[in-house]
Design a protein around this ligand. Structure first.
Ligand code: B12
Ligand code: SF4
Ligand code: SF4
Length: 225
């Protein structure tokens, strides 16, 4: 593992974040004036970031922010990028950078039936908070052989029957059906309170499942008003 990866990981750990993987580009890729050879994906596994974010969010001048988790992530990751001469990019900024594709190519993850990437260890309970592109090629331990196709070996596929509107039964995620349900009394009492029933039904990574406050936060951000 590169020394820079170790250093950045140490710095990120103070916020419950980590380098999840390094996507090495086949060709030099321009990122806002930087000729990048790789991009380091930054995120969390389970709820390891949550208490750090909550402590920051509870400060008086952070409480009225429209996108507090994005603002928190940008504060941390922009500073690290500046310090280590990289360029930071973020998953919610448009045009969207292909975070899921980068993750598939740099981590032991596979595509799940519920449109999230899945790990044999921590299931779908993980997320990305940003990435830093670097001119130097960084090394990171990764073996593609470990990327087991988890859903292919899952016999019962409980995620599919858990959704009250069968949002995952067809080729595409039925986004509007899901959103409409979340606005009903039943939706408020189920998915909006405990998290997506399909994601919860997946047996993989149950011990990494987000706690209720984090679950609620993400569901509110996901449900448009
Ligand atoms: C737009 C968006 C949405 C939209 C539309 C999603 C869509 N499928 O089009 C909506 C609002 C529906 C959405 C919902 C959610 N999203 Co969203 N979303 C994004 C966002 C911002 C952009 C996606 C995109 O269009 N990328 C552009 C393409 C080109 O990028 P790409 O990586 O190369 O995309 C490739 C993969 O999608 C892959 N692919 C192709 N087919 C399939 C099929 C499956 C099953 C998978 C897994 C991948 C995959 O091929 C694509 C093209 O090469 C990403 C962040 C990002 N920048 O990637 C988050 C992201 C994908 N979302 C995420 C999450 C967590 C959610 C929610 C759970 C929200 C929540 N409550 O927390 C829900 C889940 C709903 C669901 N089950 O699908 C996470 C996923 C992390 C993970 N664990 O895998 C991401 C990565 C954001 C993050 N900060 O971590 N999302
Ligand atoms: S329940 Fe089974 S099929 Fe559904 S996401 Fe989890 S592993 Fe995949
Ligand atoms: S949040 Fe609820 S309605 Fe939406 S996909 Fe998940 S289980 Fe279905």
């Amino acid at each position: 593992m590169s020394d820079l990866v170790k250093i950045i990981n140490r710095e990120l750990s103070a916020f419950g974040l980590r380098i999840r993987g390094i996507k090495v580009f086949d060709e030099i890729t321009p990122f806002e004036g930087l000729d990048a050879k790789c991009v380091a994906l930054i995120g969390h596994i389970g709820g390891e970031n949550w208490d750090h974010f909550q402590a920051w969010w509870s400060k008086a001048d952070h409480q009225d922010l429209d996108h507090p988790l994005d603002t928190w992530s940008k504060e941390i990751i922009n500073l690290l990028a500046q310090k280590h001469e990289g360029v930071a990019v973020f998953p919610s900024d448009e045009p969207y950078y292909p975070f899921q594709n980068w993750a598939l190519e740099s981590e032991a993850l596979s595509k799940s039936l519920i449109n999230l990437l899945i790990s044999e260890d921590f299931g779908t309970w993980h997320g990305y908070r940003g990435a830093i592109a670097f001119e130097e090629k960084l090394d990171f331990a990764f073996s593609e052989n470990h990327a087991l196709d988890v859903c292919a070996i899952c016999e019962d596929k409980p995620c599919l029957s858990a959704c009250p509107v069968n949002a995952f039964g067809s080729a595409e995620f039925l986004y509007s059906e899901c959103q409409s349900y979340l606005k009903t009394k039943e939706g408020e009492a189920s998915c909006m309170t405990d998290g997506c029933s399909s994601r919860n039904a997946c047996p993989y990574g149950q011990e990494y499942k987000y706690k209720i406050p984090q679950m609620k936060f993400h569901m509110r951000a996901f449900r448009k008003p």
